[in-house]
Design a protein around this ligand. Structure first.
Ligand SMILES: O=c1[nH]c(=O)c2nc[nH]c2[nH]1
Ligand SMILES: [Zn+2]
Length: 476
């Protein structure tokens, strides 16, 4: 007997509302009354000036074959914004957020950081810490993060598994350190390479989640032997050009130390160049004290910089000259750098990038003063497109464009307990308010609302988060 099963139609989700993103540094693209169709996590179509999101399908013949779900948030004070990208975060240090006292980098590593990371070889503790940090990161609108775990491969595999379960897009890096590390938290060169391979194999052969990828992670030059640096770059190449992440030029004592450890190299950056670790998929955290020559090397190799302004302020490392880097066409994104940074929020981090640029401006005399200041849209660009460029993932994420992944947050400026007070005359876009009192007030526009979110908003305003089209967080 032949039985006929009704064929299941593929699903297309249509998101409807106001979409704001930053395709160009310093500019917003604001699309109101817009419908974005998403299938299997990818943006299939974008229809602007759409009156009825259900009728979008009539304009596109293939839609006849789809089962359509509409998610309608076309109301005042709500807008979709691309998910934030955290280009530098140590998930294993999360219990230490806010704990740094008056320490600076090298003392902080010994006193707070290495003991904490070492504890996470206990998988019960790792499970608690990693689950919390991933959820906190997503709740703050971060849809993609480049993580440092610990030297332990099993703890690292656990982190990858949890990212997959919570649905976050991530690069997962087992920390490599075979030199100048405490006895209780070190590994041999052979162990370091073998464990890195173990993690890559796990991701490629067992976890099989396209959103979770490996990143080769030499901690920083002082904690790696020449042999380890060389072997890690060979491994990245052997695997077809894996991502690489490390720290660079964060603190003056660290730089002096690198000079004594690698006297044959002209600069700190040259150490990574010498051992083949500067590629267009390398993420260099901090880059606070670079010389012109070092910036040239970064530019030539197309490596990217993760600017971590909260961390640099907490450990009093210095101020990264972001405008100077951007003017040279060097890729720049933002990193929370938990736990040298105290906040898991990239919104908070971009606020600090804004403030740090003003501190730099205050030190400058002359015409460049204004130029070094970063604007609000520039900081939001760094938080999204800038981060995607640093991770060489800008063809996949960070903008609402056909063919890109739908990684988005829904911002509600009027959510319950919102820390932002928006008055009615500040958002009634068509000046519906007839009251003459209102008419005398400045006319509202989106950049003002975005500035209010930027300076006063927090996770209470991030009411929903989607990664690859899947709802991963909701407080509505
Ligand atoms: O901010 C930092 N956090 C770290 O864990 C680290 N390790 C080396 N250099 C570092 N800098
Ligand atoms: Zn770091």
């Amino acid at each position: 007997m032949v039985t006929f099963q009704e064929e299941k139609k593929p699903k297309c989700v249509v998101f409807y509302g106001t979409f704001i993103d930053t395709p160009v540094l310093g500019e917003y693209r604001i699309r109101e009354n817009t419908a974005i169709g998403v299938q299997d996590g990818m943006i299939l179509f974008i229809e602007e000036e759409c009156v009825d999101p259900l009728n979008v399908r009539s304009l596109y013949e293939p839609w006849e074959d789809f089962e359509i779900d509409v998610i309608d948030f076309n109301t005042d004070l709500k807008f979709f914004f691309p998910g934030f990208i955290d280009t530098h975060v140590h998930c294993s240090q999360y219990p230490n957020v806010g704990l740094f006292g008056n320490s600076t980098l090298l003392e902080w590593l010994e006193k707070y950081t290495f003991p904490m990371e070492a504890r996470l070889d206990d998988l019960k503790i790792a499970l608690k810490v990693y689950s919390k940090v991933i959820q906190r990161s997503i709740a703050n609108g971060t849809t993609m993060a480049s993580y440092y775990t610990t030297i332990s491969p099993s703890s690292t595999k656990l982190m990858a598994t949890l990212c997959s379960q919570f649905g976050q897009r991530a690069l997962i890096g087992k920390v490599c350190m075979d030199s100048h590390s405490p006895d209780y938290y070190t590994e041999t060169t052979t162990q370091s390479i073998a464990s890195t391979r173990e993690v890559i194999d796990f991701l490629e052969e067992e976890l099989l989640d396209k959103k979770i990828r490996p990143v080769i992670t030499p901690r920083f030059a002082p904690s790696c032997s020449r042999k380890l640096l060389k072997n890690l770059s060979q491994l990245a190449n052997e695997k077809g050009g894996l991502h690489i992440q490390t720290h660079l030029s964060e603190n003056e004592n660290e730089i002096k130390w690198v000079k004594t450890l690698f006297p044959e190299c002209e600069s700190y950056t040259a150490v990574y160049g010498e051992y083949g670790l500067l590629t267009d998929k390398t993420v260099l955290a901090h880059c606070v004290h670079l010389s012109d020559q070092e910036a040239n090397m970064i530019k030539d190799t197309k490596a990217g910089v993760s600017h971590c302004p909260i961390s640099n302020s907490c450990l009093s490392s210095g101020e990264c000259r972001v405008r100077w880097l951007l003017d040279q066409n060097i890729k720049v994104g933002l990193g929370t750098d938990i736990s040298a940074g105290f906040s898991p929020s990239i919104l908070n981090t971009s606020r600090s990038a804004h403030l740090v640029s003003r501190h730099l401006a205050m030190k400058i005399k002359g015409s460049n003063k204004e130029h070094v200041k970063l604007s609000v849209p520039e900081c939001l660009y760094l938080a999204t497109v800038g981060g995607a460029r640093v991770l060489s993932m800008d063809s996949e994420i960070s903008l609402f464009e056909v063919g890109k992944q739908f990684d988005s947050q829904l911002i509600d400026l009027n959510s319950p307990n919102s820390p932002i007070d928006v008055f009615d005359w500040q958002y009634q876009m068509n000046n519906q308010a007839e009251d003459t009192l209102y008419k005398k007030l400045p006319q509202p526009h989106y950049p003002d609302l975005l500035a209010k979110w930027f300076f006063n908003g927090d996770d209470r305003n991030t009411v929903q988060v989607w990664i690859a089209g899947k709802l991963v967080h909701s407080i509505m």
